[in-house]
Write a protein that binds this ligand. Structure first.
Ligand code: URA
Length: 184
């Protein structure tokens, strides 16, 4: 039942024209993973590889994320992985507030279906969505209550840096490893 509901959302995302990001995408990237997982990872938005393949975190940042998951004994198909915006912002620019607002109902419905125990935010846009007002350098590696309006009504939030940040700044990699190891 959950899988069917998630698949229905994915089809809507693939056909979506609610914002300008739909105009330049190759493919929308709804997200993927185990429908019965307790843990959802939410990134920012698709990059070039994701846009080409229609799957989240399949480029260099994805490899890093998979390595971090393996550290705690998880495979990507055992959790659910999605993004705040489902279409690639051109040139990997930051998503705009109206683009995040246009996409928010999809993320909210995914959360309502998955009803996770833990939402791991990757990067500041995901953090802002689930735990507004916090800054990543202050709260990474800690749990926070989640805004129930996001649809994740019973979840705890756990903030992490974005894997792409650890690719740019090598010192963050150790921080991310520590934060992953401390996931509740
Ligand atoms: N970065 C993200 O935020 N999401 C992806 O899916 C890939 C890279």
């Amino acid at each position: 039942e959950r899988k069917a509901a998630l698949d229905a959302i994915a089809r809507e995302v693939q056909a979506c024209r609610r914002c300008r990001l739909s105009e330049q995408r190759t493919q929308a990237v709804p997200g993927e993973g185990h429908p019965d997982t307790e843990v959802v990872f939410v990134g920012e938005g698709p990059g070039q590889n994701e846009d080409r393949l229609g799957r989240p975190f399949v480029g260099a940042a994805g490899s890093l994320l998979e390595g971090l998951l393996a550290m705690v004994g998880w495979r990507r198909d055992e959790v659910f992985i999605t993004n705040v915006v489902k279409c690639r912002p051109p040139g990997n620019r930051d998503p705009e507030p109206d683009e995040m607002a246009a996409c928010a109902p999809f993320l909210r419905r995914q959360m309502e279906i998955l009803d996770p125990a833990l939402v791991v935010t990757l990067g500041r846009f995901s953090l802002q969505t689930f735990m507004p007002g916090d800054t990543i350098s202050r709260v990474h590696g800690t749990t926070r209550p989640i805004d129930p309006a996001t649809g994740a009504r019973a979840a705890t939030g756990y903030a992490m840096y974005h894997p792409a940040a650890a690719l740019r700044q090598v010192s963050l990699r150790e921080t991310m490893e520590r934060d992953m190891a401390a996931i509740p």
